[in-house]
Structures are given as structure tokens and as C-alpha cells.
Design a protein around this ligand. Sequence first.
Ligand code: UDP
Length: 246
Amino acid sequence: MRTRINILNVPIDVVTMKEALTVIEGFIADKSSPRLVATANAEMVMMAQSDKELADILRQADLVVPDGAGIVWAARYQGYEMPERVAGFDLAQAILARAATTGYRIFLLGGAPGIAARAKAVAESRYPGVNIVGTYHGFFQAADEAALIADIRARRPDVIFVALGVPKQEKWVWQHREELSVPVAIGVGGTFDVMAGTVRRAPVWMQRAGLEWLYRLISQPQRAVRMLALPRFVYRVLTAKKVRQR
Ligand code: UDP
């Protein structure tokens, strides 16, 4: 039984990277219903404070991993043991690596035109044998949606990585989960951009020091306004009551 904690009314599963992968593999094997995996960071939790639709989706998500130093800090501040950060990018890589040996069928949806296809090529060279059954960019029109969903279904992926940004990716998956009928959908934000090489991740020492947010702020200053969510998140956690969810 997984422990699920509550950070500002958003559920977060207490899982390590290894455990998250095991849970996801269980979803793939089970196939009984489409599962949503979310990767929560402080920005997402703050967004959920004012976006009720996103908050409702996260409460019903099947797995919410602690992506972000802020989430790990908040969990520990509330007195929970949170073993490690499970970054969305790293989780996606772990799934791809596993898929190379198990044959899981993977679909990549999202990013600017050409990015998902480049991410596919990178994955194929990094994880030989990985079966990426399709890609599509993330700037499709509503009119193209039915054909896109039919195409995804026809390719029968086990896992779909959806990179449309938060909260669009979670809302899109939630709205279309039954039609898509993919065992696992996971929102992966800028993962394809990093894989394709158009965006760089923070150096490992900064990731380990919990400073990836600082690297993002410096390397993508256009994110500064949305990153104001981080100090607001810290303030809210420091002043919130400590409530156990289950
Ligand atoms: N994106 C997309 N369709 C959209 C809006 C965004 O495919 O309508 C892509 C965008 O190209 C980028 C990703 O979604 O690859 C969002 O990346 P970001 O790092 O901003 O993710 P977040 O921080 O929101 O998880």
C-alpha cells in the first residue's frame, strides 16, 4: 500500500524512483483502466490552489510523484519521510530504459513540431530496442483531435508521454482518457525539449543541491513570473496546518 500525503490539498505519493517505476509497470500489466501519472512540483501545486479543474484531476490521478525539491522539502517539513525527488524527466528515462527490455509500446505526444520525433531518435539511440510506436507535436487544433486520438489508439501504446505543459497535459489526458484507452498516460512537461537538446537541464550538482529551479530561472528568464509561485508555495506551506490525508 502506497502512502499518500497531502501538500496544500494536493495528494503526493511517497515513492522512490524505483517504486514509481514498479507502480507504473503494475498499471501496464493490469490494463483494466487508463491511469494518469502526474509529476508534481511547487508550481503545479500552486496552480491547483486556484485551478479547481486541475486540483480535481490531481486528486483522482493514480500516481502523483514528488517532482521538485520544493515538494520534497514541504513533505519533510510536515514531518513525513520523503526519500527522494522523482523528477519527471528521470522517470520518463527510467520508463524508456525499462521499455527497451520489456517491449512496452511508447507514444510521444507534445512539444513544438519536430521535437517529439527528435526525442524518439534520441531515445532509440540511448535505449536500443525501445519501441516508440508514434509521435505527434503538441500544437494540434481541436479539429485534428479526433484523428489524432484514433491514430494513437490504433498504435496501441502501453504508455503515452504527454508534453503539453501544466495544466494542459493533465486536462487533455483526463478529458480523453477513455477514448485514448492507453494504460498509462504521464504528463512530462519539457522532457522532449531536453531529450531533443533544445533545452538543457541543470548540472547534476545543482539537481542534487535542490537548485534546479534556480538554473531554470537563469536559463529561461521568461519563466520568472510563473516561478514567483515558488516563494508563495514556501510561505503557504510554512503557514498551513499539518493535515494527514490517509
Ligand atoms: N507545448 C505543447 N503544446 C502547447 C503548449 C506547450 O506541446 O499547446 C509544449 C512546449 O513546446 C514544451 C512543453 O509543452 O515542450 C512545456 O514545457 P515546460 O518546460 O514549460 O513544461 P512545464 O513546466 O509546464 O511542465
